[in-house]
Design a protein around this ligand. Structure first.
Ligand SMILES: [Zn+2]
Length: 309
């Protein structure tokens, strides 16, 4: 799986950074792409990637500020114009109000979609586990911003161990039903009396990945809870070192606070986004450098950049 950043800027677009959106590409796992936030122009950014809008099956919204949702009506409408492709339904998860925003935009613009949107709205009282399939569970928790805003913790379920076919062949097991039995965890006995213990030929289950994607927020314990042992934490960094007071006032975080969250949570990688246009490229290098004094494995992402998880 990969994360591809579609917009990494804060508040308004600049030439190099569009407003918030990222794609969690789960093509190998479930042949789907999940979008997190959808700022204005997200569909234009998608055109510069290999992402096919029809593959976007779920959209998770962190909060209702314009730079996180104004791209929805355009994206949803364009998704309908995929000739010769089957129209598939879409799920939208987000704070109460997202349904009315989307439906109003579509209605007043006379837009009719040939697919269904299923809305899953939540407020402070209905958070926790918001989605579960056989492969993934998604949790949401309220953060601390100027309006209701959540962070998401996406947990992949543990992956079954795989059969070492070469080792099994070397042990004298012929291809066929016996192979299948060992694969299913059954011990078997060969014609010559050799006992084959299935567990010796199947690798241990691999733990699923944990990805934490936060919306805009001040430093808060909820961020740490959502990011516990995460393989990747995506955290905003609207402000830089020394601007903690300003960050607090405007409901945001600094790079240093993001690094503290990653360290306290025991996350493996920290990716900083929601970067203000005030920062020139040398400032962006400094953002990373300063944050790395607290949490070493930190990186400031750019638009269209793809990160393997
Ligand atoms: Zn915001």
């Amino acid at each position: 799986m990969e994360i591809q950043f579609l917009g990494t800027g804060a508040g308004q677009p600049s030439k190099s950074r569009n407003v918030s959106s990222l794609a969690l590409k789960l093509l190998d796992e479930i042949n789907e792409v999940w979008l997190f936030d959808c700022g204005e122009g997200t569909q234009n950014r998608i055109l510069e990637t290999s992402i096919r809008p029809r593959k976007v099956s779920k959209i998770f919204i962190t909060h209702l500020h314009g730079d996180h949702i104004f791209g929805l009506p355009g994206f949803l409408s364009s998704r309908a114009f995929q000739a010769n492709e089957e129209q598939t339904d879409l799920e939208i998860y987000g704070p109460v109000g997202i349904k009315s925003f989307v439906l109003t935009s579509l209605r007043v613009s006379g837009s009719r979609l040939p697919y269904q949107i299923h809305f899953h709205e939540f407020d402070e009282g209905s958070l926790g586990k918001i989605m579960e399939t056989d492969k993934f569970t998604v949790y949401a928790e309220a953060l601390d911003h100027t309006i209701f805003c959540v962070g998401y913790r996406i947990m992949q379920k543990d992956l079954e161990g795989t059969l070492d076919a070469d080792k099994l062949k070397a042990a004298g097991v012929p291809f066929g039903p016996l192979f299948g039995q060992v694969k299913n965890g059954q011990d078997v006995t060969l014609e010559d009396g050799t006992k084959i213990i299935a567990a010796d030929y199947i690798s241990a289950p691999r733990p699923g990945k944990v990805i934490t994607i936060l919306g805009d927020t001040r430093k808060t314990n909820a961020s740490v809870r959502l990011a516990v042992n995460a393989d990747v934490l995506v955290h905003e960094s609207t402000y830089g070192k020394g601007d903690e007071k300003m960050a607090r006032k405007h409901g945001h975080s600094t790079n240093m606070q993001a690094a503290e969250v990653a360290r306290e949570a025991g996350a493996k990688h920290l990716l900083l986004n929601h970067i203000s246009a005030r920062f020139l490229s040398k400032d962006v290098s400094q953002l990373r450098k300063d944050a790395s004094s607290i949490f070493e494995n930190v990186y400031v992402v750019k638009d269209l950049e793809e990160v393997e998880i």
